[in-house]
Design a protein around this ligand. Structure first.
Ligand code: HEC
Length: 296
């Protein structure tokens, strides 16, 4: 029995290997990274470019910063958290994704320097202390539009930016949310969609949104709040809602209904009660006249 309890040499080595592997799997960011000089001023324009590059290269593992949609199965962190941002400045961030580690691929040869800095500016824009300069794209210069494909019940949203010369160009990487208008505000429906390089995004309309009695529904498409794009929106009326079987309470026989719609039982008891009161009165009056007659 004794020899079973003794730790085997191979198990021991195996444990050591795992240990050393997990110790190795830590970011070793050299000091010089922290002092890296930014090659250009971070501008709103560059952060938008960076966002589009982030969507192409990083979103599948990290999700958009600050949204918590990161892939936890492979331990890819959300890069927008205050914790991450406070511990990594632009240079350190650049170093990390340039080098890579473990499941985190290296982007040394995959992207050029300008693109990597744009991504850095975009991710660092989630740090309140990181200053971004330049002109913001004004909300009134953004246009959102959508057309409908009835057969597939899809909405095709297009986002455009009008530049200084009045020329409209497709806005890529813009997040669009859809809402249904309700009495007490706008109800968000479905997932956020992101526009492609043609500025279009396809949204599949859910089947179970209640409309009015004709299935009519008011849809609103809106840019997700974004520093650069403002909050352009567009609305339209569609008849894709489920039909509401609406019973007009005024036309029902109810206690609170109008005179001609009272419940039958109430009408009947009312007639019987008032009828018997009137009958009693007539009877009394009749009796009095009889007494008078008898007294003559
Ligand atoms: C295939 C999935 C994948 C892709 C694509 C990817 N990453 Fe990562 N990334 C990871 C994983 C996994 C980690 C965690 C590595 C670790 O700490 O072991 C990580 C870590 C990081 C870190 C370090 C985070 C920390 O906590 O210190 C940064 C910075 C980073 N990624 C940036 C990026 C950027 C920028 C892109 C796109 C240009 C990108 N990543 C693309 C999987 C990915």
């Amino acid at each position: 029995m004794k020899h079973i309890l003794k730790p085997r040499k191979t198990t021991f080595i195996f444990i050591l290997l795992i240990l050393s592997f997990s110790v190795n799997a830590q970011w070793n960011i050299p000091d010089y990274a922290k002092n890296t000089k930014l090659p250009t001023e971070p501008t709103y324009k560059l952060t938008e470019t960076g966002k589009q590059l982030f969507i192409k290269n990083c979103i599948q593992c990290h999700g958009l910063p600050g949204e918590g949609k990161n892939n936890t199965a492979i331990n890819a962190p959300d890069l927008g958290t205050a914790d991450y941002q406070s511990k990594h400045n632009a240079g350190q961030f650049y170093y990390q994704f340039n080098e890579g580690m473990g499941f985190m691929p290296s982007f040394k040869d995959k992207l050029n320097k300008d693109d990597k800095w744009s991504i850095t500016f975009y991710v660092k824009s989630f740090d309140k202390g990181f200053k971004i300069t330049g002109e913001k794209i004004k909300a009134e210069n953004c246009v959102i539009d959508f057309k409908t494909e009835d057969s597939a019940r899809t909405l095709i949203a297009t986002a455009n930016i009008i530049d200084k010369n009045g020329i409209s160009k497709p806005a890529e990487g813009v997040e669009i949310n859809f809402f249904v208008k309700r009495i007490f505000g706008n109800l968000p429906i479905g997932e956020t969609v992101i526009t492609d390089q043609n500025g279009t995004a396809v949204f599949k309309f859910p089947d179970n949104i209640p409309g009015d009695e004709n299935g009519k529904i008011k849809i609103i498409a809106k840019f997700k709040d974004s520093d650069a794009y403002g909050t352009a929106m567009k609305s339209a009326e569609l008849n894709w809602g489920t039909h509401l079987h609406f019973v007009n309470p005024v036309l029902e026989r109810t206690l609170w209904g109008p005179n001609n719609r009272v419940p039958l039982w109430l009408l009947l008891s009312f007639l019987i009660v008032t009828g018997s009161v009137w009958l009693t009165i007539f009877y009394v009056v009749f009796q009095i006249t009889q007494i008078k007659k008898a007294g003559k």
